[in-house]
Design a protein around this ligand. Structure first.
Ligand code: ATP
Ligand code: MG
Length: 424
């Protein structure tokens, strides 16, 4: 039997890993500057956590989770997203008693049993950001600006492919009226809905609003938008948010059909879409979840957050193929060290360590092959310097530095080596 990875679970080859790590570093830097603290939550949680947070009737919980009994017959689920786990952590460790706002982020894999396709995997990475505390629209705008800054950072100076869409889902006071209206209006058109939406009508009617099927879009397009149903508080909140976005020069589209796949959102929700991604074009999604922490047994603690899908971000910002020039350089060593003969190899272990201690990225060849063959290997890697330690060099206590790009060479002392590398 040929061994293969599980469908929808991807390996990261080095040239892919470097792209993802590059983006993760960008996100980490920005999040730290905004004083978000990195945390880690477990890959596995009790199934109940996701049923209670994401919602029993959502697509994620009903169809997408990896759920199984472990050897003790405990029902467990691989996390399909991070918000639920972070809320559990905040409650379990009493983090809500710390000075607020609480600002956390987590980067790691999520698992959903969906149909794999472009931009859709079964194991995918998210950069998840959560903000908990007294949530004025200012914080929401701060967070939106942060999300956009992170996403746009790798495409700086190029065409901006990212578009922000926002909507308000109302609150427990006004949403029921919209839901009732929706149920009534859709019930009358039921026969024309797609099979999935027929089902959604019973368990999750809001989700019908963002069905991608033409037949459903046509029906949805004739509905009254949720904005007509918002209560005074929700309306005001949304107006302030929009005016702040405008003041900040952040362009947005109000998409009245925007809903999220998770039950816990109230008021502001948003998606940042990336051009050129096809059907799976939402790179970042999030919104407010003011009551979730309370519903999970914690105190009243309004919150908001977003998650960036790392693979989709990479597709959009760095393209599908090839490596951007900045990363080309990042995967190359600055020099390869080529010792010839056993004595040189022995001494070489120490030299290589010293060079690395000084912060240089050094590859070393310790196999018994001819200089010519090893230089060819160095060339293949596109590396600039070959540092050769042969019998003569050993005798003189020097190293031969060969500039493979310029075709020049120079015999130098070990300490001069550092200067040469620094200048490169
Ligand atoms: P979608 O509209 O793709 O179904 P969602 O509403 O399920 O997304 P969220 O749960 O909000 O998405 O996840 C946030 C982000 O995580 C998405 O915008 C996307 O970038 C990424 N993401 C979600 N599911 C997948 C997946 N199966 N494969 C790859 N990335 C994903
Ligand atoms: Mg989904």
């Amino acid at each position: 039997m040929k061994l293969q990875s599980v469908r929808g679970f991807k390996d990261w080859l080095p040239e892919e890993a470097i792209k993802y790590q590059h983006l993760i570093e960008i996100a980490r830097r920005e999040l730290r500057l905004a004083n978000f603290q990195e945390i880690k939550i477990p890959v596995l949680e009790k199934t109940e956590l996701f049923v209670r947070s994401i919602g029993e009737v959502t697509d994620i919980v009903q169809k997408e989770t990896y759920t199984f009994e472990d050897r003790n017959k405990e029902l467990l689920t691989l996390r399909p997203e991070a918000t639920a786990g972070i809320c559990r952590m905040v409650i379990e460790h009493g983090l809500y008693m710390r000075p607020k706002p609480l600002k956390f982020f987590f980067i790691g894999p999520m698992f959903r049993h969906e149909r794999p396709q472009k931009g859709r995997l079964r194991e995918f990475f998210q950069i998840d950001v959560e903000f908990m505390g007294n949530l004025t629209p200012f914080y929401e705008v701060e967070l939106l600006e942060l999300a956009l800054k992170i996403l746009r950072s790798p495409v700086e100076g190029k065409r901006d492919p990212f578009n922000l869409e926002i909507n308000s889902l109302g609150c427990p006071e006004c949403r029921p009226a919209f839901r009732d209206y929706l149920l009534g209006a859709l019930e009358r058109e039921k026969e024309k809905l797609c099979e999935t939406c027929k089902e959604r009508l019973l368990r999750n009617p809001l989700r019908i609003l963002d069905c991608k099927k033409e037949q459903c879009k046509e029906i949805v397009g004739k509905l009254r938008p949720i904005s007509e149903f918002l209560c005074k508080g929700c309306k005001e909140h949304f107006e302030i948010l929009k005016s702040l976005l405008e003041e900040r020069g952040l362009s947005y589209i109000v998409n009245p059909y925007l809903v999220r796949g998770l039950d816990y959102y109230v008021r502001t929700i948003f998606e940042i879409k990336g051009e050129g991604l096809g059907a799976q074009d939402t790179v970042c999604a999030g919104g407010r979840y003011d009551f979730l922490i309370q519903e999970l047994g914690g105190p009243e603690l309004p919150a908001t957050g977003f998650a960036i899908g790392l693979e989709r971000w990479a597709l959009c910002a760095l393209g599908e193929e090839g490596l951007p020039a900045i990363l080309e350089e990042a995967i190359k060593p600055q020099a390869v060290f080529i010792p010839l003969g056993d004595l040189a190899r022995r001494k070489g272990l120490g030299i290589v360590k010293t060079l690395r201690n000084s912060g240089f990225k050094i590859d070393a060849f310790f196999e018994e092959r001819s200089l010519k063959a090893l230089l060819r290997e160095a060339d293949k890697r596109g590396v600039k310097f070959a540092l050769i330690l042969g019998e003569n060099e050993l005798k003189e206590g020097k190293i031969l530095v060969k500039d493979l790009h310029k075709g020049m060479q120079k015999l130098v002392e070990e300490n001069q080596l550092l200067e040469i590398l620094k200048e490169s």
